[in-house]
Design a protein. Structure first.
Length: 339
């Protein structure tokens, strides 16, 4: 049976309405997903974020959507709950005692707008400094006085055959900037050491506002060094230590250890600074991050999100080597726990 012209127009109109309704549903669902760090991830909305609110966990939101890269906060006891996103966007971030360091990177391989922002507890910029390369690591001393950052001057990662880093320390009170730790005097095995290939990265600070630990790389080896800001010196302590992180009680460091020479595979370890004895943690996946201590018993670190490009998840593991890795927050990086 042949449909009349009027019936054909009616069918066409109904079809258009149905397609329009379907499109609207898809748009709403897409918008809903855009405000989540990943499929099925926690909700995130703009709001007030401060650096001194106790009982909260701070991190950078790495999920897709309008708040990608934003500093966010959640209750520390419910890290998978809804997130509050600030308007501060960073590539790397760390905070302590109401002082934050935000490393920004503009798009492109030849980015000229890389900056380190020093922010106060309400995320107001106190100082902006140019960076010599791509942001890699960031730390603030427990008192908030000193901030440190590492950038890649060339190369793409710590797994590259050739790369160069530059690590700086800023006194946020006086404004004095040590623009490169390569200018510090190095003592290795009790002797002065000088070499053209010296690189530093991954600073972590003590509570005394002078002592710090970091990684020194030279002659194909990485070393844990203990440094003094006032004396501008570093002394080697142990080999095969990268990206150290000092525990809150200052008796141990967490760090990544290369498990096979020449391979880009690292295993998270903890070392007792009194004895230099080390033990591996329960995380057996390769961790290319500077871990952060959430408390004296727990270490947090970022790992790539399964099936998602340019996104990481935060995981935790007991610092004593027992237990098993646990997901802390999906679509997140650069954790800080205000104390």
């Amino acid at each position: 049976m042949t449909l009349s012209l009027s019936r054909r127009l009616l069918v066409l109109a109904v079809a258009v309405l149905l397609l329009a309704g379907l499109a609207a549903v898809l748009v709403v669902r897409a918008a809903d997903r855009a405000d989540r760090p990943g499929t099925g991830g926690p909700e995130i909305a703009a709001g007030g974020v401060t650096l001194t609110r106790q009982g909260e966990l701070l991190f950078l939101n790495s999920g897709q959507g309008p708040h990608r890269g934003a500093l966010a906060s959640v209750p520390a006891g419910a890290p998978q709950s809804a997130r509050t996103a600030s308007d501060l966007d960073c590539r790397r971030f760390y905070a302590a005692a109401g002082t934050g360091v935000c490393l920004r990177s503009s798009p492109g391989a030849l980015a000229q707008d890389n900056k380190a922002l020093i922010v106060d507890a309400d995320l107001r910029t106190l100082r902006s400094l140019p960076l010599a390369g791509t942001p890699s690591r960031a730390r603030v001393s427990p008192s908030g006085r000193f901030a440190a950052w590492t950038v890649f001057v060339s190369g793409e990662s710590y797994g590259s055959a050739f790369f160069s880093t530059r690590t700086a320390i800023l006194d946020t009170r006086t404004g004095k900037l040590d623009s490169s730790l390569e200018e510090f005097a190095v003592s290795m095995d009790g002797r002065d050491y000088r070499a053209q290939d010296v690189n530093f990265w991954g600073v972590t600070f003590s509570k005394d506002d002078d002592t710090f630990y970091a990684t020194l790389a030279t002659a194909g080896q990485t070393h844990l060094v203990k440094g003094s800001i006032s004396r501008r010196t570093v002394t080697t302590l142990a080999q095969n230590v990268e990206c150290p992180s000092l525990s809150p009680d200052e008796t141990r460091i967490a760090y990544k250890k290369r498990v096979r020479p020449g391979a880009t595979l690292w295993r998270e370890h903890v070392m007792d600074l009194g004895t230099l004895r080390e033990h591996a943690l329960a995380e057996k996946r390769s961790v290319d991050d500077q871990a952060a201590w959430l408390d004296d018993r727990t270490v947090a670190y970022a790992l790539p999100t399964d099936g998602a490009a340019d996104s990481t998840d935060l995981w935790t593991v007991p610092a004593d080597g027992t237990g098993a890795p646990r997901l802390l927050a999906s679509g997140a990086s650069s954790p800080s726990a205000p104390r």
